[in-house]
Design a protein around this ligand. Structure first.
Ligand code: PLP
Length: 387
């Protein structure tokens, strides 16, 4: 008999929601191009615009400020650029400041060259060091252009929530632009661009139960926009050319509406389940290290290390027990790389660490199976302490 599977890797990608699948299939079967003026085209356009309104509503933005992209990586590469426009005038950004724990989509610096990117540190709990950011910004050479700061709202590995509102005050006091990667926060905690005081944020469909292949760059206003990354037919008001992935966008819109409904209740419920998982891990092996435990974290994420357990071996062992979880970021090769997040927190990046991440529809049976697998694996893999 094959073992039941427990999917505990929602931060890598969340299962497709029924509402998203229905919207995706309905629009995939429609004939028109959303830019065509005939009835078929207009029908697809209406679906894309409804999704734009849904995203705007979910993120406290105006529909006109939402630009659809192929995903968060494309949105990051669009907005992280030295070249902006303010209305018709060019606007230069002189330097990009990124936190040490940004996802690689941001950490790589987008369209800035490597010497134009500075990294600001995080503390041992994985929280951005804003005093260090402020010190860096006070040395910013304004003659090169404005400073741009990228700080994620929640880290994909640890789930640690970052002090974005406080960062916004500092960035704006230095005349800078704040870009927020809200990919992991969206659908897990409330995200509102106005409340965050961010200039730009971006989100990804497949992390909230929408189809893969859609994302959105959301601006606070409409006046200041990056020069486009993809030029061509002028779709998305010229900010992102290419025929819109209308089916994925429609699914994204449906998912955005669904994940934001009853969010407060879901957050409390997920946090209670995360706390129960962590209590069980600590009860089984009291030396288990839960990264970022003292910080404010996403309610669905536990990133832990066990002495003597390598990430790769641990991941395979859990997989054999029927549990899909991961070692942090998923590299395209499927290999487990060193975690620059752990390194940023002052830990040995080669240290084995595994991430459990789940969602509102995760069952109690999946959680119990994960804990039982941990019990078995910890007994087998963890290095016994030297006598
Ligand atoms: N930012 C964060 C925090 C993520 O976790 C991810 C995906 O792993 C991305 C950006 C990239 O998202 P996408 O897969 O939509 O390009």
């Amino acid at each position: 008999m094959t073992k039941a599977r427990a999917y505990m890797d929602w931060n890598a990608t969340a299962p497709l929601l029924d509402a998203a699948r229905d919207a995706f299939l309905r629009v995939a079967l429609m004939e028109g191009n959303p830019s065509s003026v005939h009835r078929e085209g207009r029908a697809v356009r209406a679906e894309v615009e409804a999704a734009r309104r849904a995203l705007a509503e979910a993120l406290g933005a105006k529909p006109a400020s939402v630009t659809f992209t192929s995903g968060a990586t494309e949105a990051a590469n669009t907005v992280l650029t030295p070249h902006f426009r303010m209305g018709r005038s060019p606007l230069s950004i002189g330097r990009l400041y990124v936190s040490a724990i940004e996802h690689k989509a941001v950490f790589e610096g987008g369209r800035f060259s490597a010497p134009e990117v500075s990294i600001f540190p995080v503390n041992a709990d994985g929280v951005a060091d804003l005093a260090a950011l402020e010190a860096l910004l006070s040395t910013h050479d304004k003659t090169s252009g404005l400073p741009m700061v990228a700080l994620m709202l929640a880290n994909n590995e640890t789930g640690v929530i970052q002090p974005v509102c406080e960062a916004a005050k500092i960035v704006h006091a230095h005349g800078g632009i704040l870009v927020v990667d809200a990919v992991q926060a969206f659908g897990r905690i409330p995200v509102d661009i106005e409340a965050l005081d961010a200039d730009f944020l971006f989100v990804s469909s497949h992390k909230i139960g929408g189809p893969k292949g859609a994302g959105a760059l959301v601006a606070r206003g409409e006046a200041m926009m990056p020069t486009p990354l993809i030029r061509g037919g002028g779709q998305e008001k010229g900010h992102r050319s290419g025929t819109e992935n209308a089916a994925a966008i429609a699914g994204f819109g449906a998912a955005a509406t669904e994940v934001n409904a009853l969010l407060d209740m879901r957050v409390a419920d997920m946090a209670a389940r995360r706390d129960a998982i962590e209590a069980a891990l600590l009860e089984i092996v009291p030396e288990t290290v839960i990264h970022g435990r003292l910080a404010d974290r996403l309610p669905n994420t536990t990133f832990f290390s066990l002495a003597g357990m390598k990430s790769e071996t641990g991941q395979i062992a859990f997989d054999l027990e029927g549990i899909a979880l991961s070692a942090g970021s998923a590299c395209s090769s499927g290999k487990v790389g060193e975690s620059h997040v752990l390194k940023g927190m002052g830990l040995d990046p080669r240290m084995g660490a595994l991430r459990i991440s789940f969602g509102p529809s995760t069952s109690e049976a999946e959680i119990a199976q994960t804990i039982e697998a941990f019990r078995k694996i910890a007994g087998r893999l963890a290095k016994p302490k030297a006598a």
